[in-house]
Structures are given as C-alpha cells and as structure tokens.
Design a protein around this ligand. Sequence first.
Ligand SMILES: C[S@@+](CC[C@H](N)C(=O)[O-])C[C@H]1O[C@@H](n2cnc3c(N)ncnc32)[C@H](O)[C@@H]1O
Length: 301
Amino acid sequence: MTQQPPPAGPADPPDGPAPPDLPDRVARTYGELDLSTVPAFAGGFINFGYWTGLPGPADRPLTEADRIRSEQDLYRLVLGAFDRPRGRTALDVGCGRGLGSALALREYGLGTVIGMDAHPDQIARAREANATLLAPGADATGRLEFLQGAAQRIPLPDGSIDCLFSVEAAQHFRDLPGFAREAARVLRPGGRLALTTFFARTRAAARVLPALLPPYADGLDVPHVVDEAAGALTAAGLREVRVRSIGDGVWEYYDRYMAQQPGLRDEWPRRYLTAYETGLLDYYVLTAGADRDARPAGDTP
Ligand SMILES: C[S@@+](CC[C@H](N)C(=O)[O-])C[C@H]1O[C@@H](n2cnc3c(N)ncnc32)[C@H](O)[C@@H]1O
C-alpha cells in the first residue's frame, strides 16, 4: 500500500490548473490537438468501440450514430463487470470528456461517479460537456464529479472506491505497476476493477508493433504485453485477475467504419486490423477484485 496522497481540492488552484502529469506526446494529443475532434471518433468519446450490439443486418453500412453507439457500448461492456453497482462509488480512470462517466451514473444506478483524467483540458471539457448534469439542483448534483489526477498517483483516499473502471486509457500509462498499486490502494475491500484497452499479445509482438503503428513509434502509446498487465494487477495484491479477448467485436467493425470514410480509408489506423489478424495485438477486458477479508459478507459491488 502506498502513502495516501493529499485529497484533491474541488476546484483548480488559484494560479490555474496543475500541468498534466503526462509525457509531452500524450499531453499534446489531449490538449491542443483535442483527439476527440478527429473524424475516426465521434460524439465526444475517444475509443475504438465495441460493435456487436448494433441493430440491423450485420453487413449494412455503418453510420456515425453506430460509431457513437459502439463507443458507448464499450463503456457498457466494462460496466457490466460490476455485479451490483447500485449506490456504489465509482472511479473512471482516463475519463476524457466524461461522457462515459455520465453514462455510468445514468444507466447503472451508481451512487457517485468520479471521472478522473491527467489532462486539465480534458477535465475542463468534461465539466463543460456535462454542465447540465453538474448544475446546482440537477439530479446528478454531487453525484458526478471530475478530478484531475494521474492513474499512477490517484488523488483519492485509501479504500474509497467500490468500482474502478478504465476505458482505452491504459495504453498511455508509462507506469502500469504504479497504476495497479494505486487501484489496489483506492479500492475498498471487496471492490472491483474492470479495464479495457488494446495490448500487445506477446513480447515479440511488442517489439514489432512500433514499425506498423505510428502511435507506438512516436510515444503516444506503449505496447504493454497483456500478460504483464494482468501480472501487474496480481503483483499489486488484486485477486481473481481475469483476461478476456474482445477483439472479435472491435477490429473488423472499426475497420469497416474507417473504410467507409473517404478521408480515412487510406490511413494508417487501418493497420490495426492487420495487427489483430496477424496476432500482434488484441483488445481485452481485464477484471480483478480487491481482497474482501475486511468486508461484511454479501456486500459485493
Ligand atoms: C483514448 S482517451 C479515452 C477517453 C475515454 N475513456 C473514452 O473512452 O472516451 C484516453 C484518456 O486517458 C487520459 N490519460 C492518459 N494517460 C493518463 C494517465 N496516466 N492518468 C490518467 N489519465 C490519463 C488522456 O488524457 C485521455 O483523456
């Protein structure tokens, strides 16, 4: 267990937000470049999406509404890992614009959702995008909050979170073991973690991926190996660490969507499907639980 960091204040310090606790390449992508405005994403989310629940024939053309639904469904897939979320306190690590944090509050009956992101611009965007929910007197007042903080240094007290989730952010983390230790620290006994993103399948694949995909070569993403990510959770003291591949609901559909966009069909992101099909990477859901010894029987999120 690490030293508990000082509690986060509700507002930015008087001299403005603290600088992001992020490598330059990542900070630029979520600051001035505002990745959510890139046409490969839609609706303010920034993830590849989980596409299997789309209505209509499987081979029909994919629309922007489908793209948004896929990004929401990736959140739903992760949130479905929590058995009894009603009334619980949840933390969304790497929340981006906070639309998934709001979805979690709206659809899963959580008591409180804290959206956390290391970039102050993302926190400002999350507060703006969710202004109606955050307004005094709104249903969600006091139950949805946004907090600047890094995965490897979470500004929350020990044992304060029941459900910790993270959607497509861990590929940016330089210190996955540090994140795992922080997750174990902030989870209450019996609390659960659910994380989804893409990982390299093997160490050999991790060495090859930078030659294929620019974000690995230019320092935006780290080719973490999935078994090592799971091992970090175990080493941090989390239990029942499970790894599930969900790539069959991600890559082919995402590629089809890209192929339909005139400005995107010849671009490098289409190489993700190649990387998946050649066994280099995959999209995964990792789940784990915090030791429940100190928790009364039957009180499981
Ligand atoms: C690809 S976006 C995903 C945003 C959101 N989860 C979604 O699915 O729309 C990744 C987010 O993780 C944040 N991030 C990157 N590294 C982080 C870190 N070490 N700690 C916390 N947030 C981080 C970025 O600022 C960015 O907003």
